[in-house]
Design a protein around this ligand. Structure first.
Ligand code: HEC
Length: 154
């Protein structure tokens, strides 16, 4: 039969089998590696989907974010101002905030800085928990306010 393997031919007996064997071994060795790529890849995909949008922050806001993260602000206002025990900070810049005395105030830079430096000066309506005093300087509070201004609504 043309093309059929002649078992008596030593070349055909060893060579094709040998080639197939080494290929097979190589492929089998690759399987755990390929699996690992899938596992690592899907882990990245999940992480990318569940994480918050990447913020594009100015230099000052980036310093502000560091201060925000290291002064316990995130524990009440959430990471990136997403809210928690304290009000949501993302998106408040420039909006009207209702205070506990019934007045409205525009959340401009001055308001944000004052809210940070003197937490009890102007109280947001509807909160029983009091925001604690912090150790930030006026300059640092300004950087944090800059960060709050650049926060996007999640
Ligand atoms: C123990 C929880 C807590 C911590 C910690 C905390 N806050 Fe607050 N924060 C609040 C609460 C509650 C309010 C609303 C009542 C008020 O106005 O004090 C508030 C209000 C604010 C406001 C005004 C928000 C608005 O809607 O007008 C800003 C700005 C603010 N916090 C920034 C900060 C920053 C910056 C830090 C970190 C230095 C911080 N907070 C730490 C609880 C907290």
């Amino acid at each position: 039969m043309p093309g059929a393997r002649d078992k008596k031919d030593p070349h055909q007996l060893h060579k094709p089998d040998g080639v197939w064997l080494t290929k097979g071994v190589r492929t089998r060795r690759m399987i755990p590696l390929i699996r690992m790529f899938f596992v690592v890849g899907s882990a990245f995909a999940v992480a990318a989907c569940s994480s918050e949008p990447v913020l594009e922050l100015s230099v000052g806001a980036r310093e502000g974010k560091t201060l925000y993260d290291t002064n316990g602000c995130a524990s009440c206002h959430g990471s990136n101002g997403s809210g928690g025990v304290g009000p949501i900070l993302a998106g408040i810049a420039g909006t009207n905030v209702a205070l506990s005395d019934g007045s409205l105030v525009i959340a401009d830079r001055a308001y944000l800085v004052e809210s940070i430096l003197l937490p009890q000066a102007q109280l947001v309506d509807g909160y029983n928990i009091k925001m604690p005093q912090n150790q930030l300087t006026a300059e640092q509070a300004d950087l944090v306010a800059q960060f709050i201004e650049e926060l996007v609504i999640p």
